[in-house]
Design a protein around this ligand. Structure first.
Ligand code: PAF
Length: 291
């Protein structure tokens, strides 16, 4: 197996399994941080979380074609393997699985993993292919790498819940850990896609997190869900966004609607937002507890 930038790098499932076998023989508890590369401080905070909970942290870098629709940005998605490996090594990661597409989806591949219900609301309504692609690739990464725990960012909160559901349903026996969203100093949630924003868009983008935080505070105080969401949409547009896909306050554990005018006292909710700034689509979310 090749060593690059201080990391062992596997390109095939056989190499990944061999690494896992050796780590297990040494009695090591393995944490996995799956990524699509173009790493930023948010990813590295997940590596840190993995190091706190396991003996070794492995990452994967794979830009997964099945989670992109034909009109989406698969061909232009930022790729920076060399600097990614450097960042991972500096963060304390010792192994990275960078499979070729054929290792994940062999010729003739026809198997997909679908998490029903949860995959078809919110992000799933706008991107119907997305969560099936995510569940299909993550299940394969789990099978190739066999980690004890896997760490995912809360920035993609619905994805985190979809993976938790899949792991429970399929009995993977892997602990799924959620890492808090890492933000720029002005509040913008870190994302590889922020690189698409031009200078003026970047200056306007923190408006999304600001409106989201203000709306969550109103919901905590008992504001009506529909009225607060409608007002938030208007404010996001006023902050310079081109369009709003959704602003939704849902139950934090299932993403089901509250079905009530306002969240009941003591309930844990999640406010989820998605909006477009020019050609870039940004998503964000924050938790709230009704006082
Ligand atoms: O969150 C991501 O970067 C991707 O959706 C994941 C989990 C690595 C699957 O491709």
């Amino acid at each position: 197996m090749a060593k690059r930038n201080g990391l062992l790098v596997a390109r095939s499932r056989a190499e990944a399994r061999e690494w896992r076998r050796q780590a297990q023989t040494q009695g090591k508890r393995i944490a996995l941080v799956p990524t699509m590369g173009a790493l930023h401080a948010g990813h590295l905070s997940l590596v840190k979380l993995g190091l706190e909970r396991a003996d070794v942290v492995a990452a994967s870098i794979f830009v997964n074609p099945t989670q992109f629709a034909a009109h989406e940005d698969l061909s232009t998605y930022p790729r920076a393997e060399d600097s990614d490996l450097q960042k991972l090594a500096e963060a304390g990661c010792t192994f990275c699985y960078c499979p070729t597409p054929a290792e994940i989806y062999p010729a003739g591949d026809s198997t997909r993993v679908t998490v029903k219900d949860l995959s078809h609301l919110l992000e799933g309504e706008i991107r119907p292919h997305f969560f099936e692609g995510v569940a299909s690739v993550v299940s394969r990464l789990f099978l190739h790498m066999g980690p004890d725990i896997a760490v995912f960012g809360e920035k993609d909160y619905q994805q985190l819940l979809v993976i938790r559901r899949m792991v429970q349903d399929l009995g993977f026996g892997i602990e799924i850990v959620g890492g808090q969203t890492t933000r720029e100093a002005d509040g913008l949630a870190m994302s590889s896609r922020n690189a698409y924003l031009d200078k003026e868009e970047r200056a306007r983008a923190p408006g999304l997190a600001r409106v989201m935080r203000e709306t969550a505070t109103l919901l905590e105080g008992g504001a009506g869900i529909r009225a607060a969401a409608d007002a938030a949409k208007t404010e996001i547009l006023a902050a310079g966004f081109t369009s709003v896909d959704y602003v939704e306050a849902r139950r934090a554990d299932t993403l089901a609607p509250f079905g009530l005018e306002c969240a009941p006292v003591g309930a844990s909710g999640r406010l989820l937002v998605a909006a477009r700034m020019g050609k870039t689509r940004l998503i964000d979310n924050v938790g709230f507890v009704r006082r």
